[in-house]
Design a binder for this molecule. Structure first.
Ligand code: F3S
Length: 641
């Protein structure tokens, strides 16, 4: 039986285990990326490991999430990451250079290689035929220190794309179509590998959109073949030497196959407040808009700006709409200036933002109260925009641009968009990257402002655990729900005691007061707990507040690992109906827990105040069991150095 693309790449990077579905495997990483939002903590964690230089070939740190610098904390974080990068051998991408995933595809992603990133949309680089996976910050720090990355070998699904898209329909509609069919949990434990004649009709920019938003399906990654389009893209980026051809074997073994006829895909839109709440654009055409945002790591390429400029050229946006556009990278911005795209966009009434995440993560451009915003971003969780009662819709660039003209959500196919071809000449200018020098790094001072505090560390797991259910939650709780973002809170990412005051602040304003009174706290949750962003602060800050156990019907992959990394025990209900038997305020006890975690696959929890027992699953590899016993990954790595 032949290999899929994923199996080919992973087998070449395998250091532990076998390439068999659901087996735990350890892989070697060729590349690492981390943005500022998670990066300051990655840097602090790496420092705590006491290793003189990063042990991975290519490591890139990016400043892209919080570039507002409304006070000193943010600027201090940038300086910290810049000096850390110089000392430890990391390429540093300066603020203004752009969004990490778009930049990484342009300048670093290589077919056949492996990438681990401290950001959930790291799979974007899978567009170039690499296996790119998002992880928690502590995972990234330990891999930078020379350890393998461990994961359960995902199931590989073959997505066969046939035919081609209609005019006015784009790659964003393909991924929204998949989201509408399988939902935000449909990709858990899987990698989607795209094949079929339809792949050839998609540009690399299109493929990045699909690979990027595979994260919203819960996928471990998304992988495209490395074909002639990949070669042409890399050549245009002056990197043709990085190209190798990669296709699956003809008899490749996939665990499932899904076929999509691209000609049947229509313009789609995800309604508030979940990326899988998808309907056809034509079903929503009376919805009035206050704001349209074109940007984010999903839709901010030259192709996106060219499409928007083409649609808006010579016209004016609706007077009730604020149109904001953020070019993804400095390269895109320079090309858009050179080719007159910015002039067309600004003449139509667009407001141009710097090359950064910006509105996607609530850093600027919050919509008005109860406002309606149509965005080309990848997430529309409640409150993420910075306005808790705003309604955020997700759509393609074509839909966004046409809707900005009309003032209502509009089907781009009705707007008589003329055919246009783009053959951009990429501007190669790496001057916004700072490359580390081969100098004696002892001389380099890592500068830390007063807001940058040490990483809190949990002590070894106790023998017995008695605690109280501090919060009971429903399905699909996001890491944004647990640890909100936005400009104010992003400035506190290097200061866990401060940022922990905001845990669950958007869900329950009494949470902090209550958890502080409890020595050991437990949380109970429904399906897919911790979906969304990879932010490890959603585990680290609750750990700091005394959270010991989360019992859920199921977990999102990265958050599950983050909980383990910080010594919080993630338990899964054996019988999902038991969820109903546990309530906020219940007192739970687990006896002999060290021994159970070392040897067992189930844990019986006594609900003391009700006199009942509930059975939970703790099915972990021996390594993960040792991490829990040690009180987290940092302790484990130090003990095993
Ligand atoms: Fe940034 Fe939003 Fe992507 S925060 S990395 S643009 S998901």
């Amino acid at each position: 039986m032949g290999y899929s693309i994923t199996q080919k790449i992973l087998s070449k990077h395998l250091v532990e285990g076998t390439i068999k579905e659901k087996n735990t495997i350890g892989i070697r990483l060729d590349q690492i990326l981390f943005p500022d939002s998670s990066g300051t903590m990655v840097c602090l964690e790496f420092e705590a490991l006491n290793i003189p230089k990063v042990q991975v070939k290519t490591v890139v740190s990016y400043i892209d999430h919080n570039t507002l610098q409304v006070s000193f904390e943010n600027a201090d974080d940038h300086l910290f990451m810049k000096t850390f990068s110089k000392k430890y051998g990391v390429i540093f991408s300066r603020p203004g250079n752009g969004i990490c995933h778009q930049l990484h595809v342009q300048r670093f992603a290589k077919p056949g290689e492996t990438l681990l990133g401290a950001d959930s949309h790291t799979p974007t680089s899978g567009a170039l035929g690499m296996v790119a996976i998002g992880g928690g910050g502590l995972d990234i720090a330990s891999v930078m220190g020379g350890l393998p990355y461990y994961l359960k070998m995902p199931q590989i699904t073959n997505i066969i794309l046939e035919e081609q898209l209609q005019k006015g329909v784009s790659a964003k509609d393909i991924i929204l179509y998949i989201l509408s069919n399988i939902g935000v949990k449909g990709g858990l434990g899987k990698i989607f590998e795209y094949t079929g004649s339809g792949v050839d009709t998609l540009s690399i920019e299109d493929r990045t959109v699909i690979a990027n938003m595979g994260t919203e399906l819960g996928l471990t990654s998304s992988v495209f073949p490395s074909d002639h389009k990949t070669y042409e893209f890399l050549k245009a980026q002056d990197r043709e030497q990085h190209w190798t051809e990669i296709y699956p074997d003809k008899d490749a073994n996939y665990s499932e196959t899904i076929t999509i006829n691209l000609s049947e895909v229509e313009p789609l839109v995800a309604q508030p407040h979940s990326p899988d709440n998808v309907v056809k654009v034509r079903e929503l055409e009376n919805i009035k808009l206050d704001q349209v945002f074109i940007g984010s790591c999903t839709n901010s390429s030259y192709l996106d700006l060219a499409k928007a400029a083409h649609i808006l050229n010579g016209k004016k946006i609706h007077p009730n709409v604020s149109l904001v556009i953020s070019p993804g990278t400095n390269q895109v911005f320079q090309m858009a200036l050179r080719d007159g795209l910015i002039e067309k966009l600004v003449s139509a009434g667009a407001r141009i933002l710097e090359c950064a995440c910006g509105p996607c993560v609530g850093v600027g451009q919050a919509p008005p109260s109860k406002g309606v915003s149509l965005r080309t971003t990848n997430r529309n969780f409640m409150g993420r925009s910075g306005t808790s009662d705003a309604n955020i819709y997700l759509a393609s660039t074509e839909t966004a641009a046409v809707s900005a003209l009309n003032g209502t959500i509009s089907d781009p196919r009705l707007s008589n968009i003329k055919d246009f071809n783009i053959d951009p000449k990429y501007i190669i200018d790496d001057s916004m990257f700072v490359y580390p020098e081969e100098e004696d790094n002892n001389e380099v001072e890592v500068r830390k402002g007063p807001n940058i505090k040490e990483v809190p560390i949990r002590k070894e797991l106790d023998e017995e655990l008695t605690g109280e259910i501090v919060l009971k939650l429903g399905d699909n709780i996001t890491t944004d729900d647990i640890m909100p973002a936005g400009a104010q809170l992003l400035s506190l990412r290097s200061n866990i005691p401060e940022i922990s005051k905001y845990v669950f602040s958007k869900i329950d304003s009494t949470f902090i007061r209550r958890i502080k009174k409890i020595k050991n706290s437990f949380i109970v949750a429904g399906e897919n707990y911790g979906q969304g962003s990879s932010r490890e602060h959603a585990a680290l800050a609750p750990m700091y507040l005394g959270l010991k156990v989360v019992i859920a019907k199921s977990f999102a992959r990265i958050h599950f690992n983050n909980l383990l990394n910080f010594g919080i025990i993630p338990l899964i209900f054996k019988d999902k109906n038991d969820y109903k038997r546990i309530d906020q305020g219940d007192i739970l006890a687990i006896k002999n827990i060290r021994n159970i975690i070392q040897n067992e696959k189930t844990i019986i929890i006594n609900i003391q105040n009700k006199g009942i027992k509930v059975e939970t699953i703790i099915d972990l590899s021996p390594r993960l069991r040792s991490i829990l016993l040690a009180g987290g990954l940092l302790n484990y790595v130090k003990q095993n150095k």
